[in-house]
Design a protein around this ligand. Structure first.
Ligand code: SF4
Ligand code: SF4
Length: 183
Protein backbone atom coordinates (compact mmCIF):
# COMPACT_ATOMS: atom_id res chain seq x y z
CA UNK A 1 0.00 0.00 0.00
CA UNK A 2 1.40 3.42 -1.02
CA UNK A 3 1.33 6.45 1.29
CA UNK A 4 3.20 9.60 2.32
CA UNK A 5 6.86 10.15 1.59
CA UNK A 6 9.15 9.75 4.55
CA UNK A 7 12.85 9.71 5.30
CA UNK A 8 14.43 6.36 5.74
CA UNK A 9 17.92 5.22 6.62
CA UNK A 10 19.15 2.57 4.23
CA UNK A 11 21.73 0.32 5.80
CA UNK A 12 23.95 -1.71 3.55
CA UNK A 13 26.99 -3.89 3.83
CA UNK A 14 29.51 -3.69 1.04
CA UNK A 15 31.30 -6.96 0.48
CA UNK A 16 34.90 -6.90 -0.63
CA UNK A 17 35.19 -10.48 -1.80
CA UNK A 18 38.93 -10.15 -2.40
CA UNK A 19 39.50 -9.63 1.34
CA UNK A 20 37.45 -12.58 2.58
CA UNK A 21 39.58 -15.54 3.67
CA UNK A 22 36.67 -17.81 4.57
CA UNK A 23 37.26 -17.72 8.34
CA UNK A 24 33.46 -17.85 8.97
CA UNK A 25 33.62 -15.60 12.04
CA UNK A 26 30.65 -13.73 10.54
CA UNK A 27 28.54 -16.92 10.51
CA UNK A 28 29.45 -17.77 14.08
CA UNK A 29 28.61 -14.37 15.56
CA UNK A 30 25.40 -13.97 13.53
CA UNK A 31 23.99 -17.27 14.75
CA UNK A 32 25.12 -16.53 18.30
CA UNK A 33 23.63 -13.01 18.31
CA UNK A 34 20.29 -14.38 17.09
CA UNK A 35 20.15 -17.35 19.46
CA UNK A 36 17.62 -17.24 22.24
CA UNK A 37 18.75 -16.18 24.82
CA UNK A 38 21.36 -14.11 22.98
CA UNK A 39 24.83 -15.69 22.77
CA UNK A 40 23.55 -18.96 24.29
CA UNK A 41 24.65 -21.07 21.30
CA UNK A 42 26.19 -20.82 17.90
CA UNK A 43 25.43 -22.85 14.83
CA UNK A 44 26.40 -21.47 11.40
CA UNK A 45 23.38 -23.31 9.92
CA UNK A 46 21.27 -20.70 11.71
CA UNK A 47 23.33 -17.78 10.43
CA UNK A 48 21.84 -15.12 8.17
CA UNK A 49 25.12 -14.79 6.34
CA UNK A 50 26.76 -17.81 4.73
CA UNK A 51 30.18 -17.97 3.16
CA UNK A 52 30.35 -19.87 -0.13
CA UNK A 53 33.68 -21.66 0.26
CA UNK A 54 35.81 -23.68 -2.08
CA UNK A 55 39.30 -24.06 -0.63
CA UNK A 56 40.80 -25.66 -3.73
CA UNK A 57 39.49 -22.99 -6.09
CA UNK A 58 40.30 -20.29 -3.49
CA UNK A 59 36.69 -19.09 -3.50
CA UNK A 60 35.18 -17.33 -0.48
CA UNK A 61 32.01 -15.33 -1.08
CA UNK A 62 29.88 -14.07 1.82
CA UNK A 63 26.15 -14.06 0.91
CA UNK A 64 23.42 -12.47 3.03
CA UNK A 65 20.02 -14.10 3.57
CA UNK A 66 17.34 -12.22 1.65
CA UNK A 67 13.68 -12.81 0.96
CA UNK A 68 11.71 -16.01 1.39
CA UNK A 69 10.33 -17.39 -1.87
CA UNK A 70 7.63 -20.04 -2.30
CA UNK A 71 8.86 -21.47 -5.58
CA UNK A 72 12.33 -22.03 -6.97
CA UNK A 73 13.10 -20.11 -10.15
CA UNK A 74 12.91 -21.90 -13.47
CA UNK A 75 16.34 -20.83 -14.75
CA UNK A 76 19.78 -20.99 -13.20
CA UNK A 77 22.78 -18.68 -13.52
CA UNK A 78 26.34 -19.83 -13.54
CA UNK A 79 29.13 -17.31 -13.03
CA UNK A 80 32.78 -17.48 -13.98
CA UNK A 81 34.82 -14.64 -12.48
CA UNK A 82 38.57 -14.32 -12.91
CA UNK A 83 38.58 -17.85 -14.33
CA UNK A 84 36.89 -19.30 -11.21
CA UNK A 85 33.62 -21.07 -11.76
CA UNK A 86 30.91 -20.64 -9.12
CA UNK A 87 28.08 -23.07 -8.41
CA UNK A 88 24.58 -22.41 -9.71
CA UNK A 89 22.61 -20.25 -7.30
CA UNK A 90 25.88 -19.36 -5.47
CA UNK A 91 25.07 -15.66 -5.20
CA UNK A 92 21.33 -16.00 -4.64
CA UNK A 93 20.06 -14.60 -1.34
CA UNK A 94 16.67 -16.31 -1.36
CA UNK A 95 15.42 -18.78 1.19
CA UNK A 96 13.97 -21.11 -1.42
CA UNK A 97 12.65 -24.70 -1.58
CA UNK A 98 15.52 -25.94 -3.77
CA UNK A 99 18.15 -25.87 -0.99
CA UNK A 100 18.69 -25.84 2.77
CA UNK A 101 20.45 -22.49 2.84
CA UNK A 102 18.87 -19.72 4.93
CA UNK A 103 16.44 -21.96 6.73
CA UNK A 104 16.27 -22.55 10.45
CA UNK A 105 17.50 -26.19 10.61
CA UNK A 106 14.94 -27.45 13.17
CA UNK A 107 11.75 -25.73 12.02
CA UNK A 108 12.60 -25.08 8.36
CA UNK A 109 11.44 -21.47 8.81
CA UNK A 110 13.14 -18.91 6.55
CA UNK A 111 16.01 -16.83 7.88
CA UNK A 112 16.56 -13.28 6.74
CA UNK A 113 19.29 -10.79 7.59
CA UNK A 114 17.72 -8.10 9.80
CA UNK A 115 20.89 -5.99 10.06
CA UNK A 116 21.08 -7.08 13.71
CA UNK A 117 17.94 -5.14 14.61
CA UNK A 118 18.02 -4.76 18.38
CA UNK A 119 17.30 -2.39 21.22
CA UNK A 120 19.48 -0.41 21.75
CA UNK A 121 20.47 -0.22 18.06
CA UNK A 122 23.97 -1.45 17.35
CA UNK A 123 26.42 1.02 15.83
CA UNK A 124 27.49 -1.67 13.44
CA UNK A 125 26.08 -5.14 12.64
CA UNK A 126 27.82 -7.99 14.43
CA UNK A 127 29.20 -9.66 11.30
CA UNK A 128 30.90 -6.40 10.30
CA UNK A 129 32.36 -6.01 13.80
CA UNK A 130 33.73 -9.54 13.74
CA UNK A 131 35.22 -9.49 10.26
CA UNK A 132 38.85 -8.77 11.05
CA UNK A 133 39.78 -8.69 7.37
CA UNK A 134 37.52 -5.70 6.56
CA UNK A 135 35.75 -7.75 3.92
CA UNK A 136 32.41 -6.42 5.22
CA UNK A 137 31.99 -2.66 5.24
CA UNK A 138 28.92 -1.07 6.84
CA UNK A 139 27.33 1.97 5.17
CA UNK A 140 24.28 4.10 5.94
CA UNK A 141 22.51 6.67 3.79
CA UNK A 142 19.26 8.63 4.06
CA UNK A 143 16.65 8.40 1.27
CA UNK A 144 13.05 9.52 0.71
CA UNK A 145 10.63 6.65 0.24
CA UNK A 146 6.90 5.98 -0.03
CA UNK A 147 5.54 4.67 3.24
CA UNK A 148 4.74 1.00 2.82
CA UNK A 149 3.20 -1.59 5.02
CA UNK A 150 5.88 -3.91 6.27
CA UNK A 151 5.18 -7.62 6.20
CA UNK A 152 5.91 -8.80 9.68
CA UNK A 153 8.37 -11.62 10.38
CA UNK A 154 5.55 -13.54 12.07
CA UNK A 155 3.39 -13.27 8.93
CA UNK A 156 6.27 -14.46 6.75
CA UNK A 157 6.84 -17.43 9.06
CA UNK A 158 3.15 -18.38 8.99
CA UNK A 159 3.07 -18.05 5.22
CA UNK A 160 6.01 -20.41 4.85
CA UNK A 161 4.47 -22.94 7.28
CA UNK A 162 1.18 -22.78 5.36
CA UNK A 163 3.02 -23.41 2.11
CA UNK A 164 4.88 -26.34 3.61
CA UNK A 165 2.07 -28.09 5.51
CA UNK A 166 -1.12 -26.62 3.98
CA UNK A 167 -3.31 -23.90 5.45
CA UNK A 168 -5.92 -26.33 6.82
CA UNK A 169 -3.35 -28.13 8.93
CA UNK A 170 -2.01 -24.87 10.37
CA UNK A 171 -5.58 -23.71 11.15
CA UNK A 172 -6.32 -27.05 12.89
CA UNK A 173 -3.19 -26.73 15.03
CA UNK A 174 -3.97 -23.13 16.01
CA UNK A 175 -7.58 -24.11 16.87
CA UNK A 176 -6.30 -27.00 19.02
CA UNK A 177 -3.73 -24.76 20.74
CA UNK A 178 -6.34 -22.12 21.51
CA UNK A 179 -8.67 -24.80 22.96
CA UNK A 180 -5.94 -26.17 25.21
CA UNK A 181 -5.06 -22.64 26.42
CA UNK A 182 -8.69 -22.00 27.34
CA UNK A 183 -9.01 -25.34 29.08
S1 SF4 B 1 34.36 -12.84 8.86
FE1 SF4 B 1 35.00 -11.68 7.04
S2 SF4 B 1 36.82 -12.79 6.27
FE2 SF4 B 1 35.76 -14.15 7.69
S3 SF4 B 1 34.39 -15.37 6.35
FE3 SF4 B 1 33.18 -13.65 7.11
S4 SF4 B 1 33.40 -12.09 5.52
FE4 SF4 B 1 35.02 -13.58 5.19
S1 SF4 C 1 23.91 -7.96 9.67
FE1 SF4 C 1 23.42 -9.08 11.56
S2 SF4 C 1 21.66 -10.36 10.92
FE2 SF4 C 1 22.66 -9.71 9.05
S3 SF4 C 1 24.10 -11.34 8.59
FE3 SF4 C 1 25.23 -9.77 9.73
S4 SF4 C 1 25.15 -10.50 11.86
FE4 SF4 C 1 23.55 -11.58 10.71
Amino acid sequence: MKGEKKKKIIKSIRIDVDKCNGCRACEVICSSFHSNPKYSSNNPARSRIRVIRDLIADIFVPVYAGEYTVAECAGRDKYTIDGKEYNECAFCRASCPSRDLFKEPDSGLPLKCDMCESDPTLKMPMCVQWCLNDALIFEEREVEVEEEEKQEELELGLESLANKYGLNKIEDIIARMSQSKKG
